[in-house]
Ligand binder design. Structure first.
Ligand SMILES: [Zn+2]
Length: 232
């Protein structure tokens, strides 16, 4: 039975804390060999836990509504590619043309400069089931669209919260028109989620028949004030 939840500014710490800081990667059920200290520096301890997709490539679909354009998709993919490049293309994705075949659905929202990611995941394994990403395009700034996309894809790939270091991609706010990079802390946090991709293990079969599927929402308050600094 899915559990639905929404909350501002990230995660719902009160519900559960199923993750140990070690994800599985390509296959579920791999023995846990990563700890929070395997890939450092990271901010695993600052967030509500890590989730992950069971295998890569992750299938992504851009919803063809009135706000879609090839240019916006290209900008969003540039943001996503920042993660892929940082992770030496060990993380993988595939753009699909069928919504029903997608694991992550992406929409553009002209009413806001914020981003938001909804996802459902299985509590016991921490495996993601599906995710919806909204990318605010109100400012119509190419740099910002790419940054918001990169940030939201960070959530959609399993980072459940925000960094407290404003240098990190996963810091909750940004400065308009200033490109953001994936920091070593961003990358190491993601690598911890996908532990076995970066430290291959022999997978073990696992059934999720008896797992609990839950829903969360991360709203990223990237409000811009004037021309310069974002809301802090
Ligand atoms: Zn966020």
């Amino acid at each position: 039975m899915p559990f639905f939840q929404g909350c501002l500014f990230g995660l719902s710490l009160g519900l559960f804390a199923p993750m140990t800081g070690c994800g599985g990667g390509v296959s579920a059920g791999s023995a846990a060999v990563c700890t929070q200290d395997t890939f450092v520096p990271n901010y695993v301890g600052e967030i509500g836990g890590l989730l992950r997709w069971e295998r890569v490539p992750v299938r992504i679909y851009f919803v063809r509504d009135a706000n879609y354009s090839d240019t916006r998709q290209a900008l969003a993919i540039q943001g996503l590619e920042q993660w892929m490049a940082a992770a030496s293309n060990i993380l993988k994705y595939r753009i699909v043309n069928s919504e029903s075949n997608a694991q992550i659905k992406v929409r553009f929202d002209p009413s806001t400069v914020d981003g938001m990611t909804d996802y459902r995941y299985f509590v016991e394994s921490g495996l993601l089931s599906d995710a919806d990403v909204k990318i605010g395009i109100k400012g119509n700034n190419s740099v910002d669209i790419q940054s918001v996309a990169a940030h939201e894809f960070g959530h959609a790939f399993g980072i459940r919260g925000h960094s407290t270091n404003r240098e990190d991609m996963m810091y909750p706010t940004y400065t308009s028109n200033v490109p953001l990079a994936i920091t070593s802390s961003d990358l190491n946090t993601m690598k911890t989620a996908y532990c076995s991709l970066f430290q291959p293990l022999t997978p073990a079969p696992r059934s999720r028949r008896y797992e609990t599927l839950v829903h969360e929402r991360i709203v990223c308050p990237q409000h811009l004030h004037g021309e310069g600094e974002a809301f802090r």
